[in-house]
Design a protein around this ligand. Structure first.
Ligand code: VG1
Ligand code: CO
Length: 543
């Protein structure tokens, strides 16, 4: 079989965002579109000659077709081997683990994460490097640069590989190994957590509901929770990955996982609930009548991780994205360990994890993880919670009450305005930038502005600088608002407004978050003119 060299021309707009390239599925399905981008990845990373790549995705519509194209292109570009999840399935954290465990040179993960799937919905492709983590900004720029001057791609003319059959085959000169997507990952989890303690917890009658949202974590959760840990059959719901995620948004938050919320807030409901997103890297955690905000979850996990065997030695440091609440900072301060605030996107944690400076990382968007892989990891967070619940014997609510009593409570919420006119969103941000000098000292209701700026990050490991990472307005009360435009949407612009207020008064720790944040919410709107500029009366999604 000789590789076919296909002449092509650059396709405008193939710019990767927060987490790879994400577009409408039909755009990816256009002639040459996927091929151009895959070749740009291969060229951007210096070619794949002799390399080993891990390939898998979240099972959404076009996952299997795209994998066949990627395999034929990898073979034509001289790759030595591709390791592929059976059925084309690999969760993002499982792919990260496989890259590390097999010493691969990188991987291609097919997912648009929490975005809905289907022919009229979203598709995505991201490249992870040899450390198992998302491409750094530098690599991402090289890939993007290549999309703008690409003139040909290489592809083998060959039949499809049978993705269903575990074992080794050849595609041209390239070795293709189809592996069980769950086995290695489940073994890694077993090495980190006290499975005996969790097993005893389930045996004692503890009830859990895990909503896999018809996405990739179903097979992982069923094997780990039901088979290995003895949770009652039926603990995992919506556990079979479907190409359109059952028509839903596999986004683990109280809006899209409302069914789980309803079960958890019903009288006599389960003790513990959790959900994960399309590609399995995010998590939502909810106790009986007790939703845990992701920022709080990060703080509690960091505080109590030492109760799990994998973290018994304590943490080197904690890292959070800047829009995430400062609850984790208070834990780091109490432990006397380093704390980092990075731009949004897991790629920014990579250097800190590789350098051993951070052990646990998290984002307000329901991503939490540790140095066991180089991605956020939904099931990992759920298992760490279970380990903590098993060892302490406390309920989720009791753990939260303990935490707030000790550290105070960072009331937190994110308001999203989706599919906003892109020009209006950009003007809103530009007009905010123009106010950095005039805002300090101004009052908005009870709040007085202390500072306003645009977050830029200097990586403490490699010294690289990332600018334009969200606009911050801090109040003298310890409250804060951040404004940021999403880098994962596929329609217009999505404005994210991150709202936070620290409360340390013991009598004020049990408020509704939206009520506690009302002054910050009002100030955020007045400062940026959100309603007037977006034409919206209210956010589309409140988490
Ligand atoms: C969102 C989240 C961010 C996360 C990213 C990828 O990005 O806010 O925290 O890292 O999605 O997550 P943005 O640019 O839309 O705000 V995933 O689960 O899509 O890999
Ligand atoms: Co995801």
């Amino acid at each position: 079989m000789t590789p076919n060299i296909v002449q092509t021309t650059p396709i405008p707009g193939q710019k990767p965002g927060t987490s790879g390239l994400r577009k409408k599925t039909r755009i990816f399905m256009q002639p040459h579109y996927l091929e151009n981008y895959v070749q740009a990845i291969f060229d951007g990373i210096g070619g794949v000659q002799g390399k080993t790549l891990v390939v898998g995705g979240d099972g959404r519509y076009f996952n299997d077709r795209a994998i066949q194209v990627i395999l034929r292109m990898a073979a034509a570009n001289g790759a030595a081997e591709c390791i592929v999840g059976q059925g084309g399935i690999l969760s993002t954290p499982a792919a990260s683990h496989l890259i590390r465990k097999r010493g691969a040179d990188g991987g291609l993960i097919l997912s648009a994460s929490h975005n809905p799937g289907g022919p009229d919905e979203d598709f995505g492709l991201k490249y992870n490097g040899p450390n198992g983590g998302p491409a750094t900004e530098g690599v991402t720029e090289k890939i993007f640069a290549r999309t703008t001057d690409i003139d040909s791609y290489r592809i083998l003319e060959a039949h499809d590989v049978d993705l269903g059959a575990i074992g080794v085959t050849n595609l041209g000169d390239m070795r293709v190994e189809i592996v069980d997507p769950v086995t290695d990952y489940a073994a890694l989890m077993e090495s980190l957590f006290d499975f005996d303690a969790i097993r005893r917890l389930f045996a004692s009658g503890f009830r859990m509901r895990f909503d896999a949202m018809h996405a990739v974590t179903g097979p992982y959760a069923t094997e780990i929770l039901e088979t290995r840990l003895g949770a009652a059959p039926g603990t995992v719901v919506n556990g079979i990955p479907s190409p359109d995620f059952g028509g839903g948004h596999p986004d683990p938050n109280p809006i899209w996982a409302k069914d789980l919320m309803d079960h958890m807030y019903a009288d006599g409901g389960p003790d513990f609930g959790a959900a994960s997103d399309g590609d399995g890297d995010r998590n939502m955690v909810v106790g009986a009548k007790c939703y845990v905000s992701p920022s709080d979850s990060l703080a509690v996990l960091a505080d109590l991780a030492h109760l799990a065997p994998g973290y018994a030695r304590g943490l080197a440091g904690i890292a959070r994205s800047m829009p995430t609440s400062a609850a984790a900072d208070r834990v780091a301060a109490a432990k006397g360990i380093e704390c980092f605030a990075t731009p949004t996107g897991w790629k920014f944690f990579g250097n800190l994890l590789d350098a051993g400076r951070a052990t646990i990382c998290g984002e307000e968007s329901a991503g939490t993880g540790s140095d066991h892989v180089r991605e956020k990891d939904g099931l990992w967070a759920v298992l760490l919670w279970l380990n903590i619940l098993a060892v302490t014997g406390k309920s989720v609510q009791a753990l939260m009450d303990d935490h707030w009593a000790r550290y105070g409570r960072n009331y937190y919420s994110r308001h999203d305005y989706e599919a906003v006119d892109a020009a209006a969103a950009n003007t809103l941000m530009a007009d905010l930038r123009a106010q950095f000098d005039s805002l300090p000292g101004q009052s908005f209701g009870p709040l007085v502005v202390e500072m306003a700026d645009e977050f830029a990050y200097d990586d403490p490991v490699d010294g690289s600088r990332s600018t334009g990472q969200g606009i911050r307005v801090g109040f003298t009360s310890g409250g804060r608002v951040m404004y940021r435009l999403s880098g994962t949407g596929t329609e217009g612009a999505t404005l994210r407004v991150y709202l936070e207020q620290l409360e340390t008064d013991p009598a004020a720790l049990a408020q509704d978050a939206q009520a506690a944040l009302a002054p910050v919410i009002a100030a955020a709107d007045r400062i940026a003119g959100i309603r007037a500029r977006t034409g919206r009366d209210a956010p589309d999604v409140i988490t």
